[in-house]
Ligand binder design. Structure first.
Ligand code: AMP
Ligand code: MG
Length: 479
């Protein structure tokens, strides 16, 4: 029996130069290692069937579900500021799209599914470690309320992939509102393919921004979505690590969990990626990089904006002008909630900045400090508690002016400040155990991360910061 999925294939109906038709390359012996039953249910897929051996064969790409039209998508991208005209899916294959119970169209993609015309010298495969990392972190982001691609399943392939040495292979089944990147627009712009640009813009407007009027409206809407996304990253203490334009989703979801990491000690200059030598993608740089990426989107769309060159540049500039105010408003809203505030006062930005500056001076733990505000334990995170006390006096006065009851403010903080994030050292430990054949730490962490706002004494050690010898300083790309 072939599993039948209610797949539609709107991307595969776009012009042929948008993609390459390519089927997944079967793997030696697929074995399911994680299945996201809640997400399967959202998508209207039969979780019971997916959990069995037939399901593993479909999730690994060995058997195509009925209705699949597998394709690898074409895209370009700026990598660390340098333009690369043809990247494309080198190890990911889109099976098709499912329209979920709420009418949302969602891609189902196999990452690590074998070579495509864009694999270059790569093998088209993924190692188990990066698959586990993406599964854990993307699902944690979803539970934290950050827009993101999702993980439907992880399947071990029974094959060995060669990186620095032999590693177990795996496939990640990724679900996304689309896999369209800023780099997808740049791909057509690079060859002067205006018809392709128009067609892609129409597709993206229909799919992500139905209220947007034309390409200028698309730029403005994408910039606003990106601004909201990066504000959510900042409030979660998340460092994406490789904000190249091929990893910038036009719909405003987090995509491509390569060298990403969460802050332990607050340090605005934090960089984890082993290839980010200049700190281009440091925590504090993320908003301006997102704007730079949006400027690349606008540049790609320039030739199809109305009018000749001058008016087109004016329209693009006007569309981008919304980014910073949107980012600032969203950042303020997120951090106000973290402080338990529901109203706005002029001085709130300075109050938040003061707290962050004190945290940076002593390297306070980002997650525990905010969680500790409502619990009365934030002070313990400060090397100079007196400095915290001075700040806390102002903060309490600000809360008092708002007039909300302490219980209301505490509830607001408990919903905005997670107890649990995917701590880098815990993710690394789960990966190391999985590579050694023990999946228990991975499952335990995944389960705990699905409820990040709960204070669960049974998993308190997962919430704790790293000991000195557990601290993760460098992360690596997921290839
Ligand atoms: P990423 O670092 O995941 O954003 O990937 C950058 C580019 O390299 C994309 O075009 C990927 O499809 C491609 N790529 C990454 N890993 C592999 C691999 N193992 N085999 C083939 N292509 C790859
Ligand atoms: Mg990528």
């Amino acid at each position: 029996m072939t599993l039948h999925w209610p797949l539609d294939n709107s991307y595969a109906r776009l012009p042929g130069r948008f993609f390459a038709r390519v089927a997944p390359t079967p793997v030696a012996s697929p074995r399911g290692i994680a299945l996201n039953r809640a997400l399967a249910a959202e998508l209207g897929l039969d979780a019971e069937a997916l959990a069995g051996p037939e399901g593993a064969a479909v999730l690994a790409g060995n058997v195509l579900p009925g209705g699949a039209e597998p394709i690898a998508q074409a895209y370009a991208g700026h990598q660390f500021g340098v333009f690369v005209p043809a990247l494309g899916d080198g190890r990911a294959i889109l099976l098709g799209e499912v329209v979920d119970g709420q009418g949302r169209r969602r891609d189902i993609q196999l990452k690590g599914a074998g070579p495509t015309p864009w694999s270059r010298r790569g093998d088209g495969r993924a190692a188990l470690g990066p698959v586990i990392r993406e599964y854990l972190v993307s699902e944690a982001m979803a539970a934290l309320g950050v827009p993101t691609t999702r993980a439907l399943a992880a399947v071990a392939t029974g094959e060995t992939v060669w990186r620095d040495g032999p590693l177990p292979g795996a496939v990640l089944v990724r679900v996304a509102s689309s896999h369209i990147r800023v780099g997808t627009f740049e791909y057509f712009a690079a060859t002067g393919d205006l018809e392709g640009l128009r067609c892609l813009a129409d597709h993206v407007i229909g799919r992500h921004f139905p209220a947007a009027a034309g390409p200028a409206g698309l730029i403005a809407a994408a910039a606003a979505a990106q601004a909201r996304l990066v504000a959510a990253w900042m409030a979660a203490g998340f460092v994406h690590g490789v904000m190249n334009t091929d990893n910038a989703h036009v719909g405003g979801d987090t995509i491509d969990y390569g060298p990403c990491a969460f802050l332990d000690a607050y340090d605005p200059q934090a960089v984890f990626s082993s290839i980010d030598h200049g700190g281009r993608y440091a925590y504090a740089n993320q908003p301006r990089i997102a704007l730079w990426n949006m400027a690349r989107l606008a540049t790609a769309l320039l030739p199809i904006l109305e009018g000749s060159r001058e008016p087109a540049i004016e329209q693009a500039t006007a569309a981008l002008a919304g980014f910073l105010p949107c980012y600032e408003a969203e950042w303020l809203a997120r951090f106000r909630a973290k402080l338990g505030l529901a109203t706005a006062e002029e001085g709130d930005g300075a109050l938040i900045a003061d707290l962050l500056a004190g945290m940076a001076r002593g390297g306070a733990d980002f997650t525990r400090t905010f969680r500790g505000l409502a619990l009365g334990s934030a002070r313990e995170e400060f090397a100079e508690p007196a400095a915290f006390d001075a700040w806390a006096g102002e903060w309490r006065a600000r809360l008092a002016r708002e007039g909300a009851s302490p219980a209301t403010a505490e509830a607001r903080m408990a919903a905005a400040n997670p107890a649990l994030i995917p701590r880098n050292h815990r993710v690394e430990q789960a990966i190391a155990a999985a590579v050694g054949g023990d999946l228990a730490p991975f499952h335990r962490l995944a389960t705990a991360l699905s409820r990040p706002f709960a204070d669960d004494p049974a998993t308190a050690e997962l919430a704790a910061g790293p000991a000195a010898d557990e601290r993760v300083r460098h992360t690596f790309c997921g290839t």
